[in-house]
Design a protein around this ligand. Structure first.
Ligand SMILES: [Zn+2]
Length: 501
């Protein structure tokens, strides 16, 4: 069997200004770079991305020949520039069409996100699938793995033969999801079966990132419920997408997609899960302390008996939600309250990292940190800073999200002044990779207070070692309380979880 493999992943925050250019796909912090054709295989194999899981399954099947087309991912950010999307999408569509013309393809596996918005196009994945179907027809089986944060549209789902997605947030199951999706595609092709009946239902509310974590209820219970239904019925596939709430588009929000050969069974499962989601709605909401309150609580907790860091999530600057990775509120709160020994991971500032390397360990750099990319969220925190450690930013991912990724951040540094320490690096990157701390000689388990620019993914790396976990709200664009946003384009009747009907 000849199966083409391609990938295009972007989570687009429509509340951010500007657009995301092609260059953002070329060196995404912590993730494999844009690659095409046979080089895709060496770039992706052994990494944590879904396509790597699919390739590993293909390697076990001597009768499967992979046709690598193109794979690219950019960090979450503003919608993709139209010319960048057209170039990336055309390379996938034309690459597949050329391969199909040379020798008939039996199927296609796509590693997509599901919350991609393009300048002028609300539904990036739907547009990609539309272009594919126009060019290749409706017969070619297409399997898609998507992110748990996908904002699914009917126009997208209807064009996919086999749809699956991450079940865990933190996403420690990306490669596993790619492998599962690819196995489902192979089973579909082996059986020569019709497309399974596909039912999509929507709970009718949007959920902030903090409350989507599947390590805690209500998401934990909903995940386990679907998993137990699937364990009892091998033909059943359930994808519970939570949606990416920082996208003011009509298809924003959770959706449950059920696939089963029997349409009646698919509908019944969808209805059961929909009722469970609706019953859980009030628990998808809660209070979040300010940065000052979170640091105060952390300092108290750090002084109590027990081991491990008190971890504070700087959730409103989560690079994985489109945060710039340089809002200054949490760093200022640490220094204001004298949180000596605390470490903030990390401020994205290439010039600061380069200045630290020029000064050397033990030297001093006198510059402001943070607040340079989106000045509306606070002013830079002034120096001088003492250079405590330096690194070249090259290491292999060891946390559950980046494990195996060959990470290359350029110069990185650990800076300190009275009241706190901060890591600086060029690119932004979700703070869920302990390898960066070890690279700078820090043992995260021994840090008293660890501030991470992350909403939920940090839990995969740090929750087990943490003495306590707090989520704090410093000014930033990854809005933790969706009531702070003005949505204009949600479908009629869709509300923020926990608000009155
Ligand atoms: Zn996600």
């Amino acid at each position: 069997m000849r199966i083409a493999v391609a990938g295009l992943q972007h989570e687009s925050n429509t509340f951010l200004p500007g657009t995301t250019p092609l260059a953002a796909f070329e060196r995404p912090g912590g993730w494999p770079p844009l690659s095409r054709g046979p080089e895709m295989l060496s770039v992706l194999r052994g990494t944590a991305v879904p396509a790597a899981g699919a390739l590993a399954v293909a390697d076990t099947r001597p009768d499967v020949a992979i046709v690598p087309i193109q794979w690219g991912l950019a960090q979450p950010s503003a919608p993709i520039a139209r010319d960048a999307f057209d170039g990336l999408a055309d390379a996938i569509v034309e690459g597949i069409a050329t391969a199909h013309a040379a020798a008939r393809l039996d199927g296609l596996y796509l590693d997509l996100h599901g919350a991609m918005v393009v300048d002028g196009i609300d539904d990036g994945e739907g547009e990609l699938l539309h272009r594919l179907r126009v060019r290749l027809g409706t017969d070619l089986p297409v399997a898609v793995s998507a992110d748990l944060h996908a904002n699914l549209s009917p126009g997208f789902v209807d064009r996919v033969t086999v749809l699956d997605g991450y079940r865990a947030y933190p996403h420690d199951d990306m490669a596993e999801t790619g492998a599962r999706t690819f196995r489902r595609l192979l089973r579909h092709l082996d059986r020569g079966a019709a497309r399974p009946a596909t039912v999509m239902v929507r709970p009718g509310f949007v959920v902030a990132l903090t409350w989507q974590c599947t390590l805690t209820d209500p998401a934990k219970g909903l995940k386990e419920r679907a998993e137990s239904m699937m364990a009892a019925d091998p033909d059943l596939a359930v994808f519970q997408a939570y949606g990416f709430p920082l996208a003011d588009i009509p298809d924003c929000g959770p959706a449950i997609v059920v696939q089963h050969p029997d349409a009646t069974r698919a509908s019944a499962v969808a209805d059961t899960l929909l009722a469970a989601w609706q019953a859980a709605e009030p628990d998808f909401d809660g209070p979040i302390p300010t940065a000052t309150e979170a640091v105060r609580q952390a300092m108290v907790l750090a002084g109590t008996p027990g081991t491990g860091p008190v971890v504070i999530a700087d959730t409103q600057d989560n690079p994985g939600g489109g945060g710039p990775g340089d809002t200054p509120g949490m760093l200022a709160a640490l220094l204001d309250q004298g949180a000596d020994g605390a470490v903030l991971v990390h401020i994205a500032d290439r010039a600061a990292a380069e200045a630290a390397h020029a000064a050397g360990v033990g030297g001093t750099v006198d510059l402001g940190l943070g607040g340079k990319q989106l000045p509306e969220y606070g002013v830079p925190v002034p120096g001088p800073w003492r250079v405590e450690a330096l690194g070249d930013g090259r290491f292999t991912g060891m946390g559950p999200m980046y494990r195996g990724n060959r990470i290359s951040l350029g110069p990185v540094a650990l800076l300190a002044q009275a009241g706190g320490r901060v890591i600086v690096a060029g690119p932004k990157m979700q703070a869920s990779e302990p390898g960066l701390l070890h690279h700078l000689g820090l043992d995260p388990a021994a840090v008293p207070i660890l501030v991470v620019k992350s909403s939920v993914h940090f839990r995969g790396a740090y929750q087990a070692m943490a003495k306590a976990v707090l989520v704090g709200r410093a000014p930033g664009p990854v809005t933790a309380d969706l009531r702070d946003l003005t949505y204009r384009r949600l479908q009629p009747g869709v509300r923020i979880a926990g608000t009155a009907r």
